[in-house]
Design a protein around this ligand. Structure first.
Ligand code: PMV
Length: 331
């Protein structure tokens, strides 16, 4: 088994560390249109399948990193100092351990999310992607995009996709050390594309993605169908993007999300993130589509629904979902 520390050493081999005073970085959040659900390596966050996401432009994480003169790491989130035993500080500290030059080197980390915490978009992807960039900036390594994607993945799988804007494909890779498991931006632009966050519940989810996907891989009898389904969906989604065929994009994304949630439901014990409000929102979307509106959805490991539509339909979408938070991924 290869450890995350070994991967970091491999990437940094032959590079000089010249720690500067501070480094700042930003990374966008992302939402997968073809999902990642299941790892082939837990320690390195290596996925069973590839996935494809859209980055959320101005919604993401700003990180500032420097050396702390104190006796321990100092971590701030959205302007507030965090207790060392808070889950965010612990997760960030464990990640920074991978890069700590010596035990007496402590970091000062300021993280600020522009992803509204309650909007139902995950901030861990943008957070770890921004942190990987900030570490690279602080030590002056000048790593390539591919290497930064690999380093971000060690923090959280989906963070591999948050180094770039636009459509981003994460290649599953085959290598045991994961050097071929990184994400890349696709050429395509789609300025009219909109993503809408419909917040139905902002309570903490009952089971996190790490534990949930592990349980699905181990106990869901349909899991063996998933890699084939993802492979098909990736081909169909890339064709839809190339042809700028919105109905095809929506159909693949919605179908893929529902297939992932079906896997979750067939996991033992079952994982069901949907609430009655989630199902009601789905029915509204399907009814709107029946009446001719080009509206689709996707959802992650939680009860909130993310709408997919094009700019020309924004007013109609807002009539159906008055509280929707709309993002234009291509600005
Ligand atoms: O990177 P994680 O461990 O937060 O997992 C993300 C899992 C999903 O959001 C459900 C799917 C995805 O591809 O982002």
């Amino acid at each position: 088994m290869i450890s995350a520390r070994q991967v970091v050493q491999q990437i940094l081999a032959g590079r000089e560390s010249q720690p500067g005073k501070r480094a700042a970085a930003y990374a966008p959040a992302n939402i997968a249109l073809v999902k990642y659900w299941g790892k082939r390596d837990e320690a390195l966050n290596l996925p069973v399948t590839g996935s494809l996401s859209i980055s959320l432009g101005p919604l993401g994480s700003h990180v500032e990193l420097g050396r702390s003169e104190g006796a321990a790491d100092a971590v701030w989130l959205n302007g507030k100092p965090l207790a060392a035993d808070s889950s965010f500080a612990k997760r960030a500290g464990a990640y920074l351990d991978l890069f700590r030059p010596s035990v007496d080197f402590h970091f000062e980390l300021q993280a600020r999310n522009t992803v509204p915490t309650a909007a139902g978009f995950a901030s861990s992807a943008s957070g770890f992607a921004a942190l990987a960039k900030a570490v690279d900036g602080l030590f002056g390594w000048g790593l390539a995009a591919r290497e930064l994607s690999i380093l971000a993945r060690l923090g959280s799988g989906s963070a591999a996709r948050s180094l770039e804007e636009g459509f981003v494909e994460w290649h599953a890779g085959k290598a045991p050390d994961g050097m071929d498991s990184f994400a890349e931006r696709m050429e395509a632009e789609w300025p009219e594309l909109r993503v809408g966050a419909v917040v139905l519940c902002s309570a903490e989810k009952p089971i996190g993605s790490r534990e949930g996907m592990k349980r699905s891989v181990e106990t869901c009898e349909f899991y063996r169908e998933w890699p084939g389904r993802v492979a098909q969906d990736l081909v169909a989604l890339k064709a839809a993007i190339a042809a700028k065929d919105f109905a095809a994009l929506g159909a693949v994304a919605e179908g893929n999300a529902l297939a992932m949630h079906a896997l979750m439901a067939a996991t033992r014990p079952p994982i069901v993130y949907a609430l009655p409000e989630t199902v009601a929102a789905m029915r509204k979307i399907w009814a709107a589509r029946e009446s001719g509106l080009a509206l689709w959805f996707t959802m992650d490991a939680g009860p909130n629904v993310k709408l997919l539509f094009e700019a020309r339909d924004e007013a109609r979408v807002r009539e159906i979902f008055p509280g929707v938070e709309v993002v234009a991924p291509f600005g």
